[in-house]
Write a protein that binds this ligand. Structure first.
Ligand code: C2E
Ligand code: CA
Ligand code: CA
Length: 573
């Protein structure tokens, strides 16, 4: 037996003199009254003595436990091998130390930091075991709570981002050893921000809890689902599995969203986008797998959401480029790299200037000019279009007022609105305030909307357009002919003007189909009291044809390219 004393041990003879001197009464009082829990058993574990502290902590009196085994305290929280190890240790004559979860008489659990010492007689034989311990329940509960806080997501009760990373790295080692595959699914709710903004954070939180519960129920017990933060979740599927198995799970997860979520009596339909990466095919590291799944999720969003996507290297390149564009655009907005150019529109009958369309430009310091066809869809996705669009509108109105100040008579200024701007309830107010701040009269402003923007949510669009119309602004349908709506369908919206898409104009006048179509569009528009502007006019022959069929306005490189305000002045003086 080893002694852990730092002082040199007293020889046994001197020690027994000392204990003799200290009366046996005091020794037994010490045992009785010490604050530590003391239990003495015989060599077979039969209890021969417990002290007061033991009695008051466990609720068992001395006579209740005399002759019993220490297993009266057993909580069931430790497995068999734990107790085997304990007994092996003390039977070898060694000291056991450890924290044991025990059960009191009233069935409550307490944690005992225990030391069990075998008593060995002069012949070197174990005669008894002495167990001393302290109730450390409070410490243990605090520790447990801390562990819980560190590894568990408070809102949903799921493992958190720290825990899922621990589990993923364990799962990777396991898969490596057993030559198995592993799938990481990255889930992100679609348009959750809208819900949070419109319902408030409390309901948003409740929705997240519901989503978490549904996702958990959809998966098997040995799959991990964790909340990564915000409206993101991570799922780990452990091998062996192939792509088909993963597709099945992804479809099950998507399927769990087909039923709406009910909150305070209201139903909310939610969707989720899922990105998937596989070990070891796509990546072999934890970071790689998570990043791959994130990239694939991003791609699923770009495809319209409510779907899943597997990671691929090609995709990574595309997505990273796009993420970079997002980042640059964000910076470009604050650095004022965006500006308007203006393209003139003329009345075909007398070639009078009738208006100008504001078109957005972005000049990046290194990449140069970036086409709006490339960055506007990005801004639309990120929501940056809201601030960009507000600025285009303001600048365009200010420009109109400035031109009028220098004697250019410009009847209209046209501004493009994206679908996201149209669906924002604050749009009419924004337009009204911009007009009154710049002093531009409402009927000088033309708002251009695409067919697809109108069709995304026709009821809402109709009510927003009616509100805009009541301010007195003009409304125009852009790119007409490229969508699938018929003119008569457009009748439900209070529209003033139609812009025939460039793709039809470019085939004029020799292509019979395009010619017939443009002629029909002009006639029908007139029958609905709408005027027509043709875009992308590049030749005199096109202009002649448009004149013949009665189209009112023309815009295109033939008459003028989009230009900076100063060039616009020179062009029209
Ligand atoms: P859009 O509204 O159809 O704008 C007309 C586009 O046709 C402009 O391209 C213009 O430069 C181009 N264009 C005009 N005349 C001709 C021509 O004779 N020949 C040819 N080949 N092209 C011509 P741009 O400026 O590159 O804009 C592209 C699209 O980006 C616009 O199409 C519009 O959908 C969007 N966009 C531009 N500015 C804004 C904006 O401020 N807000 C929003 N939401 N979208 C904008
Ligand atoms: Ca336009
Ligand atoms: Ca157009």
């Amino acid at each position: 037996m080893t002694h852990l004393q730092t002082q040199p041990a007293l020889p046994e003879s001197e020690r027994s003199v000392a204990t003799d001197r200290l009366s046996r009464r005091i020794l037994s009082q010490a045992l009785e009254q010490t604050a530590d829990l003391v239990m003495i058993t015989d060599v077979n574990g039969k209890i021969e003595y417990v002290n007061h502290a033991f009695e008051s902590c466990t609720g068992f009196g001395l006579n209740e436990v005399l002759g019993q085994q220490p297993s009266v305290l057993r909580s069931g929280k430790h497995n068999k091998s734990f107790y085997c190890n304990l007994w092996d240790t003390i039977r070898r004559g060694e000291v056991f130390r450890g924290v044991i979860e025990n059960r009191r008489k009233d069935n409550s659990i307490y944690y005992e930091e225990k030391t069990i010492t075998p008593l060995i007689n002069d012949e070197g034989v174990i005669t008894n075991y002495v167990s001393t311990g302290r109730d450390v329940s409070e410490n243990m509960l605090v520790q447990k709570r801390l562990r819980h806080l560190a590894y568990c997501d408070i809102l949903t009760g799921l493992p958190n981002r720290v825990q899922v990373r621990r589990e993923l790295s364990q799962a990777i080692s396991h898969s490596e050893r057993h030559n198995q595959s592993l799938a990481v699914l990255f889930l992100d709710l679609d348009r959750f921000k809208n819900i949070n903004d419109s319902l408030g954070h409390d309901l948003g939180d409740r929705l997240l809890r519901e989503v978490a519960r549904r996702l958990r129920r959809t998966l098997r017990n040995d799959d991990t689902i964790a909340r990564n933060g915000g409206d993101e979740f991570v799922v780990l599927l452990r091998g062996p599995l192939n792509e088909n198995d993963v597709v099945k799970v992804a479809n099950k997860l998507l399927g769990s969203f087909t039923k709406p979520f009910t909150l305070e009596g209201h139903k909310h339909l939610m969707c989720v986008s899922i990105g998937i990466s596989l070990y070891p095919d796509d990546h072999a590291t934890m970071r790689g797998l998570l990043k791959g799944a994130d990239i694939a999720m991003y791609q699923a969003k770009a495809q319209g959401g409510s779907c899943y996507c597997f990671y691929s290297r090609d995709m990574e390149k595309r997505v990273l480029e796009r993420m970079e564009l997002e980042k640059y655009l964000h910076r470009g907005i604050t650095e004022n790299e965006l500006f308007n150019v203006y393209q003139p529109q003329y009345q075909i009958s007398d070639q009078q200037l009738m208006g100008a369309e504001a078109l957005l430009r972005w000049r990046h310091p290194n990449m140069g000019l970036i086409s709006p066809d490339r960055f506007i869809p990005v801004a639309e996705d990120t929501g940056d279009i809201m601030s960009i669009g507000a600025n285009v509108l303001l600048e365009a109105c200010q420009q109109l007022a400035a031109w009028r100040g220098v004697g250019i008579d410009l009847p209209h200024i046209s501004v493009n609105l994206s679908p996201r701007q149209l669906s924002h309830p604050g749009l009419p107010r924004q337009v009204r305030e911009t007009l009154s701040n710049t002093g531009v009269e409402p009927n000088a402003l033309v708002l251009e909307l695409t067919e697809s923007a109108l069709m995304q949510n026709p009821e809402q669009a109709a009510s927003t357009l009616t509100e805009l119309k009541s301010l007195g602004v003009m409304l125009s349908v852009d790119d007409f002919g490229t969508g699938h709506s018929s003119l008569s369908y457009l009748r439900r919206f209070p529209l003033d003007c139609i812009k025939v898409d460039r793709s039809f104009v470019q085939d004029l006048p020799n292509n019979k189909e395009a010619s017939a179509l443009v002629e029909a569009i002009v006639q029908m528009a007139h029958s609905l009291n709408m005027s027509v502007v043709a875009e992308g006019v590049e030749t005199d022959a096109q202009l002649d044809f448009l004149n013949q069929v009665g189209c009112e306005g023309a815009q295109g490189y033939l008459m003028g390219k989009p230009m900076h305000p100063n060039d616009f002045v020179r062009h029209n003086q």
